[in-house]
Design a binder for this molecule. Structure first.
Ligand code: ATP
Ligand code: MG
Length: 436
C-alpha cells in the first residue's frame, strides 16, 4: 500500500512525539478499492491541543464545535487530525431541551482506539493504517466488507441513523460512488428514517451536497438516493423532477459533469456550476427566455430566477453569493442562445461558467450546437475546453451543412502559460446488532 508522503509524515511526527496515530477512514477504504484517495483523515490519541503543540501554531489550527479537531497544514495541503472519540452517553448527547437524547449534537468525548472504532459509521470506514508496521488494524471485519463491497453498520442501523441522519447519505454514497450493496436491514432503516435527514443542520447538508458534486459520481449517488426513497427529503425538487423530461436532462448534465471531473485535472471547482446544472430545467422554466434575450423585464425575470433557486435548494440554506452566481449564469443563457449582446455577455464575470453550462447542454442533448459554435471563447478558457469546443463545432458543422458562412468571435488568441491555467477551477455491539 502506498499513501501520499504528507499524511504519512504527519502520523510519523505524532508517533515520534509519543502518541498513537493512524491514517483512517476513506483513504484506507479507497486504497483497498485500488482508487487513489483524494483526502486523508488522521486519527490519534493526542487531544487537539496536544496536536497543536506537536506541530506549532503556524502549522496547526483547531476548529469545530460539534466535532472539535485539528487542521495540520503540510506541503500546501490541509489535513484533518481527529482525536479518538467515544460515543457520547445519553446525557452527554442531549443538545436541546426538547431533544430525546437520540441525536448526537456534540461529539467531543475522547476515548481509546477501541472506542473510536465503535463510533464510526460503517465497517468499510473503520480501518486504521499503521504507517510504521504497514499493517491495517481491522477490529470489525471491514476488510472483508470492502472486498465484497457490502455496507454494514457499526451498531443497529435505525439507532445509528437517528443519532446522525447524515449517515444515511454516507451509506448511499458508498452505494453510488463505490458500487457497494446495502444489507436489507440498512435499506429498510433508510426508507423508514429518511425524513429525519431534515433534522440535520442546513449548513451540514449544504456541505454534503457540495461534496457529492465534487465527486465523479454525483449522478449514481443521486440515483441511489432516489431509488431508496431518500432524495425526496434530501432534495425534494430534484426528486419530484427525476422521472420527468426535465429530470432526464438533469441526469444527462450530471453525467457530463461527472465525466469532466473524472477526466479533466483542472476542471472547474466552482460549485455554482453543477448546482446550476441540477436546477437548470426548472430555472429555465420560470424565466421568459425571450424577454431576457431582448432585455425586457430583466429585473422581474432576475427575481423569479432567484426565488426559484431558493425554492429548489430550500433544504440547504444556500449562501446568497452562490445563489446570485447561479442566477447570473442562468440569466446569461437566453442571451447566449439568441446570440444577443455577446460583447457584453462575454465580460460578465460568470461567463466562463455560463459558457461551460452551455457546452454541457450541447454535449448532453445537442442543445443549440450551432449557436454554441458562434459564442466567443471565455478569456480564461483552458486548453482542454478549447479542444472540446472545437470538437462540438466540427460535429455541428458536419450535421448542419449546408450552413451560412461561420463567424467566429474568438478573442485574440493568447497562448497560456502553465501558471495561467485556471485555478483548480453508538452504541450497540458490532455486527450482531446489525440485524434489527
Ligand atoms: P470521502 O472519500 O468522502 O472523504 P470518508 O469516509 O473519508 O469519505 P469523511 O467525511 O472524510 O468521509 O470522514 C472520515 C471518516 O470519519 C469516515 O471514514 C468515518 O470513519 C468517519 N465518519 C465520518 N462521518 C461520520 C458520521 N457521520 N458518523 C460516524 N462516523 C463518521
Ligand atoms: Mg475522507
Amino acid at each position: 500500500m502506498r499513501f501520499n508522503d504528507a499524511p504519512v509524515a504527519i502520523v510519523r511526527q505524532l508517533v515520534h512525539n509519543g502518541f498513537e496515530a493512524y491514517i483512517v477512514g476513506g483513504a484506507v477504504r479507497d486504497m483497498l478499492l485500488e482508487k487513489q484517495p483524494k483526502d486523508y483523515d488522521i486519527t490519534t490519541n493526542a487531544t487537539p491541543e496536544e496536536v497543536r503543540r506537536v506541530f506549532g501554531r503556524r502549522k496547526c489550527r483547531l476548529i469545530g464545535k460539534r466535532f472539535r479537531l485539528a487542521l495540520v497544514f503540510w506541503d500546501g495541503e490541509t489535513y484533518e487530525v481527529s482525536t479518538f472519540r467515544k460515543e457520547p452517553n445519553h446525557i452527554e448527547r442531549r443538545g436541546r431541551p426538547t431533544d430525546k437524547g437520540e441525536m448526537i449534537w456534540n461529539d467531543n468525548v475522547f476515548g481509546t482506539l477501541e472506542d473510536d472504532v465503535r463510533r464510526r459509521d460503517f465497517t468499510a470506514n473503520a480501518l486504521y493504517y499503521d504507517v510504521n508496521t504497514d499493517e491495517i488494524i481491522d477490529m470489525i471485519n471491514g476488510m472483508e466488507d470492502i472486498k465484497t463491497r457490502v455496507v454494514r453498520c457499526i451498531g443497529a442501523p435505525a439507532t445509528r441513523f437517528m443519532e446522525d441522519p447524515v449517515r444515511m447519505l454516507r451509506a448511499l454514497k458508498l452505494v453510488g460512488q463505490h458500487q457497494f450493496t446495502m444489507r436489507e436491514n440498512i435499506r429498510k432503516a433508510i426508507v423508514e428514517k429518511a425524513p429525519h435527514i431534515q433534522e440535520a443542520s442546513p449548513a451540514r447538508l449544504f456541505e454534503e451536497l457540495q461534496k457529492i458534486l465534487n465527486t465523479d459520481s454525483a449522478l449514481p449517488i443521486f440515483e441511489a438516493c432516489q431509488e431508496n426513497g431518500f432524495l425526496k427529503y434530501f432534495c425534494p425538487m430534484l426528486s419530484t423532477l427525476w422521472e420527468t423530461p426535465g429530470g432526464e436532462l438533469i441526469r444527462a448534465l450530471l453525467k457530463q459533469h461527472d465525466d469532466c471531473i473524472d477526466h479533466e485535472k483542472n476542471y472547474f471547482k466552482e460549485k455554482s456550476l453543477p448546482m446550476s446544472l441540477m436546477a437548470l430545467p426548472y430555472l429555465l422554466s420560470v424565466i421568459d427566455m425571450d424577454e431576457v434575450s431582448r432585455h425586457v423585464n430583466v429585473v422581474a425575470n432576475q427575481d423569479a430566477c432567484a426565488k426559484a433557486i431558493h425554492t429548489f435548494f430550500l433544504t440547504f440554506n444556500m449562501p446568497k453569493e452562490m445563489l446570485y452566481d447561479i442566477r447570473d449564469i442562468v440569466m446569461l443563457l437566453p442571451e447566449m442562445a439568441a446570440l444577443h449582446n455577446l460583447d457584453k455577455v462575454r465580460n460578465n464575470p460568470v461567463y466562463p461558467l455560463a459558457y461551460e453550462v452551455f457546452r454541457l447542454l450541447t454535449m448532453a442533448n445537442g442543445w443549440m450546437a450551432d449557436a454554441f459554435a458562434e459564442l466567443p471563447l471565455p478569456n480564461d478558457v483552458s486548453q482542454w475546453q478549447e479542444q472540446a469546443t472545437r470538437e462540438i463545432e466540427e460535429d455541428s458543422l458536419q450535421t448542419q451543412q449546408p450552413k451560412r458562412p461561420r463567424r467566429r468571435r474568438r478573442p485574440a488568441k493568447r497562448k497560456k502559460t502553465a501558471a495561467e491555467t485556471p485555478a483548480q477551477p453508538t452504541n450497540d455491539s458490532l455486527d450482531s446488532t446489525d440485524n434489527e
